[in-house]
Design a protein around this ligand. Structure first.
Ligand code: NDP
Length: 282
C-alpha cells in the first residue's frame, strides 16, 4: 500500500518559506508585485485567479488585478503587457489561460518580458531550462520536483517515464528530471506499447489529461506515481489521470487528487514571483 505524498502540506511549507523571505525584503523596503490579467469571465479561470491572488496576499506580495472584458482585442492586451513590462514596480506578469479565440496565446506569452514571465512559458525561459541556465520554470513540473525532493525520493539514475508532452507540463517535466540525472522517457498519444514503457518506470508522471487512465496494469511494483491530471467527475468529485484506488495498492508513493500536484502549482508560482524580485537585486 503506497504512502501518500501530501501536496497540501508541502505546498504550505513552501509558502511559509516565501512568506519569511518576503518579510525580510520588506524590512529593506523591497516589495514583490505580481500583475494578474484575466480576459473574460470563464468560471474555472476565475477560481484559479482567485486562488493565486489569495496566495499572493498570504505570502505578503502585492497583486495588481486586471479583469478585462471577453471582447478585448489582442492589440489591447499586448499594449497592457508592454506597459507592465516597462513598470519597475511590477516584478511578475501572469496572464490566465485560456484566452478568447481572437487572441493568440503564443503572441501573448512571447510579449511578456522573459524577466517577468513567472509562469515560465516564454521561449527564452524554456531555452534556459533546456540549456541548464537560470530562468523561470513552469510551475507544475517545478512543483513535482519539490514534491519528490521533500519526500526524500531520489531521482538520480532512476527510470522516469512522463506520459504527456505538452509545453506546460510534459516537456518541462522531462527536462527537469533529466537535470536531476534521471533516465527519462517521454510518451504521448502515438506511443506504442504504453503499458510496457510505463511498467519500467521507477518514477511515473501521468500528465495525459484522461480521467483514471493509468490503472495498475501500467505500474511496476513499488513505483512512485505522480498524478498531474484534474477532472471533475459526474458525482462532482475530482479525480486525476491515475486510477488511485487500484494503483495505490502497487505503488510505493502516490499523489492524491485533490491535494497532490495541484497545490504545488500555486506554491511554485509564489517561488517564481519571489525569484523575479531577487533577480533584480542580484
Ligand atoms: P494536454 O492536453 O496539453 O497534453 C496531453 C498530453 O498527453 C499530450 O502530449 C498527448 O499526446 C498525451 N496523451 C493524450 N492521450 C494519451 C494517451 N492515450 N496515451 C499517451 N499519451 C496521451 O494536457 P496538459 O499537459 O495541459 O495537462 C495534462 C493534465 O494535467 C490535464 O488533466 C490538466 O487538467 C492537468 N493539469 C493540472 C495542473 C495542476 O496544477 N495540477 C496544471 C496543468 C495541467 P499528443 O502530444 O500526441 O497529443
Amino acid at each position: 500500500m503506497a504512502e501518500i505524498i501530501d501536496g497540501k502540506k508541502i505546498s504550505a511549507q513552501i509558502k511559509e518559506e516565501v512568506k519569511v523571505a518576503v518579510a525580510e525584503l520588506a524590512k529593506r523596503e523591497i516589495f514583490v508585485t505580481l500583475a494578474v490579467i484575466q480576459v473574460g469571465a470563464d468560471p474555472a479561470s476565475s477560481v484559479y485567479v482567485g486562488n493565486k491572488k489569495k496566495a499572493c496576499e498570504y505570502v505578503g506580495f502585492r497583486s495588481l488585478s486586471y479583469e478585462l472584458p471577453e471582447e478585448t482585442t489582442q492589440e489591447e492586451l499586448l499594449s497592457l503587457i508592454e506597459e507592465l513590462n516597462g513598470r519597475a514596480d511590477v516584478n511578475g506578469i501572469l496572464v490566465q489561460l485560456p484566452l478568447p479565440e481572437q487572441i493568440s496565446e503564443e503572441n501573448v506569452i512571447q510579449t511578456i518580458s522573459p524577466d517577468k514571465d513567472v509562469d515560465g512559458f516564454h521561449v527564452q525561459n524554456v531555452g534556459r531550462l533546456n540549456v541548464g541556465t537560470k530562468g523561470f520554470v513552469s510551475c507544475t513540473p517545478a512543483g513535482i520536483i519539490e514534491l519528490l525532493k521533500r519526500t526524500g525520493i531520489s531521482i538520480e539514475g532512476k527510470e522516469c517515464v512522463v506520459v504527456g508532452r505538452s509545453n506546460i507540463v510534459g516537456k518541462p517535466m522531462a527536462a527537469l528530471l533529466l537535470r536531476e540525472n534521471g533516465t527519462v522517457t517521454v510518451c504521448h498519444s502515438r506511443t506504442k506499447n504504453l503499458a510496457e514503457i510505463t511498467g519500467r518506470a521507477d518514477i511515473l508522471i501521468a500528465a495525459l489529461g484522461k480521467p483514471k487512465f493509468i490503472t495498475e496494469e501500467y505500474i511496476k511494483d513499488g513505483a512512485v506515481v505522480i498524478d498531474v491530471g484534474i477532472h471533475r467527475q459526474e458525482n462532482g468529485k475530482l479525480c486525476g489521470d491515475v486510477d488511485f484506488d487500484s494503483v495505490k495498492e502497487k505503488a510505493s508513493y502516490i499523489t492524491p487528487v485533490p491535494g497532490g500536484v495541484g497545490p504545488m502549482t500555486i506554491a511554485m508560482l509564489m517561488v517564481n514571483c519571489l525569484q523575479s524580485t531577487e533577480n533584480i537585486l542580484d
